[in-house]
Design a protein around this ligand. Structure first.
Ligand SMILES: [Zn+2]
Ligand SMILES: [Zn+2]
Ligand SMILES: [Zn+2]
Length: 257
């Protein structure tokens, strides 16, 4: 058993160890690039993919060399950050935008979908980023009414909006039917005529027939036309509640006078 190395001895060995490790990495890199068209260097999620060339009888990758030197691969200016940076700040932003455009071109609509899913998740989780985004969105819409008008018109005409409204109307019909059933069972308060006459209503009516035509009936009263009106359905008496067609006839008669 050998004695453990002293601090000084370990420090003395360090250059040798570094060189040994460097050569090991280089051999691994060479083996990975054997017969490859692009550089296979990788670190975590990073993959180089640079063009492989022969320089002075050695396999070489320009991107790896620039990364090692700490130079931007697009404009050759020094990068900011540790040894992992491959682009300067300006080129990084440019590349980020270009990548977003490329992604959108390759997968149309996926970005919007992803953003919507992310927002829904943030909302469900109560993430503060959801609220800050909503605040920004509100401010942006307030500052750009013209854009909002265009977006709204586009949305209203879209198939998606139509489908949404169809689904909404279906849902409302079912809800209302359920409410009617519950009213019939006495689980809900009865609905009274909005004309204030106290009649209990069912279905879609907001006013009873009498209150609904009261305006026209009053008009007929004023004009002294209280005598029954002849309709296709027969004689229409004062106490008779007209059907819709009869009501229409009444309305038309009144409007002609
Ligand atoms: Zn490389
Ligand atoms: Zn750059
Ligand atoms: Zn009424």
């Amino acid at each position: 058993m050998t004695a453990p190395l002293t601090t000084a001895e370990r420090a003395a060995r360090r250059p040798y160890e570094r060189e040994w490790a460097r050569q090991k990495r280089f051999k691994r890199w060479l083996a990975a690039n054997e017969g490859q068209a692009v550089c296979q260097a990788r670190k975590g999620k990073y993959f180089c993919g640079g063009e492989l060339t022969m320089r002075d009888g050695h396999l070489s990758c320009v991107w790896c060399a620039l990364k090692f030197l700490g130079l931007c691969r697009d404009c050759l200016s020094p990068v900011v950050g540790g040894g992992n940076s491959i682009r300067c700040d300006v080129c990084r932003e440019i590349e980020r935008n270009a990548a977003a455009v490329r992604y959108d071109k390759r997968w149309p609509g996926r970005k919007n979908e992803e953003s919507r899913v992310r927002m829904a998740r943030w909302k469900a989780e109560g993430d503060p980023r959801y609220h800050s985004k909503q605040e920004y969105r509100k401010a942006y819409r307030a500052a750009n009414p013209d854009k909002v008008r265009v977006w709204r018109a586009k949305w209203i005409r879209s198939e998606k909006a139509k489908a949404w409204h169809r689904a909404y109307n279906r849902r409302r019909v079912l809800e209302k039917r359920k409410m009617e059933r519950n009213r019939a069972r006495g689980l809900l308060e009865p609905r009274y005529c909005l004309g204030g006459c106290g009649t209990v209503l069912r279905g879609r009516w907001k006013k009873c027939r009498r209150c609904k035509i009261s305006k026209y009936v009053r008009g007929l009263e004023v004009l002294g036309k209280r005598k029954p009106l002849a309709t296709k359905a027969g004689q229409l008496s004062w106490h008779h509640w007209p059907s819709y067609s009869e009501f229409k006839t009444l309305y038309e008669t009144f409007n002609r006078v």
